[in-house]
Design a protein around this ligand. Structure first.
Ligand SMILES: Cc1cc2nc3c(=O)[nH]c(=O)nc-3n(C[C@H](O)[C@H](O)[C@H](O)COP(=O)(O)OP(=O)(O)OC[C@H]3O[C@@H](n4cnc5c(N)ncnc54)[C@H](O)[C@@H]3O)c2cc1C
Length: 311
C-alpha cells in the first residue's frame, strides 16, 4: 500500500471534464478531501469552439478546463491528478482505485464522470471534418450554420426526427444515407414535399481541406457539393467501464442506470455528465456535477454526525 492509499479521500472523482471538475469545486468548498483523476482526453477536444454555456459562449472547451484548474488551486483540499483509472473495487465500504501509473486511491465516495467516446461512421474523410464543419449537436453548432446548404449523414430509426430538428436551422438539406434509406413512403413523400433530396448511393469519400468539407463523393453519382453538415449519431459508447466493474448495469441505450442526482445501485457511487446521459452539454454536465456534489456532501455530513457523537 503506497502513501496515496493511506490518505483516504472523502470523494474520488474519475474524469475531469465539466462534470467532474464542477463536482470537485462544490465538494472542495464543502471542505471535503477530493482527488480528481483525469486522463485528459474529452470527446469534445476535436471541436473548434463550444457554444451554449452562459458566459462561456464561443470558447474552446480546453479553456474552460484551464480556468477551472487555475481556480481549483485556491482549495488545497482538492488535487487534480493526470492519470487513467484502470481498476475499481469496493472493499469494506471504501472505493479502491488503481491507475495506469501504478497509483492507488481509497475514497469514501466515488463520482464517475468519464464521458463517452465517439466512433464515427467508417466513411473516408469523416474524421477530418468532424467537429470542424460536420457536427452532431445542433444546439452546439447550429447557429453558425443557419440557412446554409447542409448535408445530413445517417440512416435508421433516428433519421427522420433528426431531419425535422435540423430543418429548424436550415431548409436547404440533402440527406446522405450511405445505402438504402430506412424511410417509409410517407416519410419520403414529406421530404420530397419540402425539397429535401435523399441520396442513397454509397459514400466513397468526404473531400475537405483543413477540416472544411468541400464535397461528398458518391458511387455512380459523383461529387455533390456541401460545405457543412450534421450526423444523426456518432456511434458513441462509454469511455470507461469503471461503473460496470463495480456492478452498475448498462441499459439498452448504453447508459449506466442511475437514479436521482446520478446515484447508482452501488451505495456511494454516482455517475454524472455524458456517462449518465450520453450527451449532456458542458453546462448540463457542470450542473450535474454541482448537484451530485451537494447530494454527496449531505450524505457524508450525516455519516460524520453519527460517527462523531459527543460522549
Ligand atoms: C465535437 C463536439 C462538440 C461539442 N460542442 C459542444 C458545445 O458547443 N457546447 C456544449 O455545451 N457541449 C458541447 N459538446 C458536448 C460536451 O463536450 C459534453 O457534453 C461535455 O464535455 C460532457 O462533460 P463530461 O464531464 O461528462 O465529460 P468529458 O468532458 O468528456 O470529460 C470526461 C473526462 O474523463 C476522462 N476519462 C475517461 N475515462 C477515464 C479514466 N478511466 N480515468 C481517468 N479519466 C478518464 C476523459 O479523458 C475526459 O477528460 C460537444 C461535444 C463534441 C464531441
Amino acid at each position: 500500500m503506497n502513501s496515496q492509499t493511506r490518505n483516504i479521500q472523502d470523494v474520488a472523482i474519475i474524469g475531469g471534464g465539466p462534470g467532474g471538475l464542477s463536482a470537485a469545486l462544490v465538494l472542495g468548498r464543502a471542505l471535503r478531501k477530493v482527488t480528481v483523476i483525469d486522463e485528459g482526453k474529452p470527446r469534445s477536444r476535436v471541436t473548434v469552439k463550444a457554444h451554449g454555456f452562459l458566459t462561456r459562449d464561443g470558447v474552446h472547451p480546453s479553456e474552460i478546463r484551464e480556468v477551472a484548474h487555475e481556480q481549483m488551486k485556491a482549495y488545497e483540499n482538492v488535487q487534480v491528478v493526470k492519470d487513467t483509472v484502470e481498476i475499481a473495487e469496493k472493499i469494506d465500504g471504501l472505493f479502491s482505485l488503481r491507475t495506469r501509473k501504478g497509483e492507488e486511491f481509497l475514497s469514501r465516495r466515488l463520482i464517475v464522470a468519464t464521458g463517452m467516446k465517439d466512433h464515427l461512421p467508417k466513411i473516408t474523410g469523416m474524421e477530418k471534418v468532424y467537429g470542424k464543419t460536420v457536427f452532431h449537436c445542433p444546439y452546439c453548432d447550429g447557429w453558425e450554420r443557419k440557412g446554409e446548404p447542409l448535408a445530413i449523414f445517417g440512416n435508421g430509426k433516428g433519421l427522420m426526427p433528426f431531419i425535422k430538428t435540423i430543418y429548424n436551422w436550415s431548409r436547404d438539406l440533402i440527406v446522405f444515407t450511405n445505402g438504402p434509406a430506412a424511410l417509409i413512403d410517407e416519410e419520403k413523400r414529406q421530404l420530397k414535399q419540402r425539397g429535401i433530396d435523399v441520396m442513397e448511393e454509397p459514400i466513397l469519400a468526404i473531400e475537405s481541406t483543413n477540416g472544411q468539407m468541400e464535397q461528398i463523393l458518391l458511387k455512380d453519382r459523383g461529387p455533390v457539393k456541401r460545405t457543412s453538415g450534421f450526423m444523426v449519431t456518432t456511434g458513441e459508447t462509454q469511455a470507461s467501464a469503471i461503473p460496470s466493474m463495480l456492478g452498475v448495469p448498462l441499459d439498452e441505450r448504453g447508459q449506466y442506470e442511475t437514479r436521482e442526482h446520478g446515484q447508482t445501485s452501488i451505495n456511494g457511487l454516482f455517475i454524472i455528465g455524458d456517462a449518465k446521459n450520453t450527451f449532456t452539454s458542458i453546462v448540463g454536465a457542470a450542473s450535474q456535477g454541482y448537484e451530485a456534489g451537494v447530494a454527496l456532501n449531505h450524505d457524508l455530513a450525516a455519516q460524520d454526525w453519527e460517527n462523531e457523537k459527543p460522549v
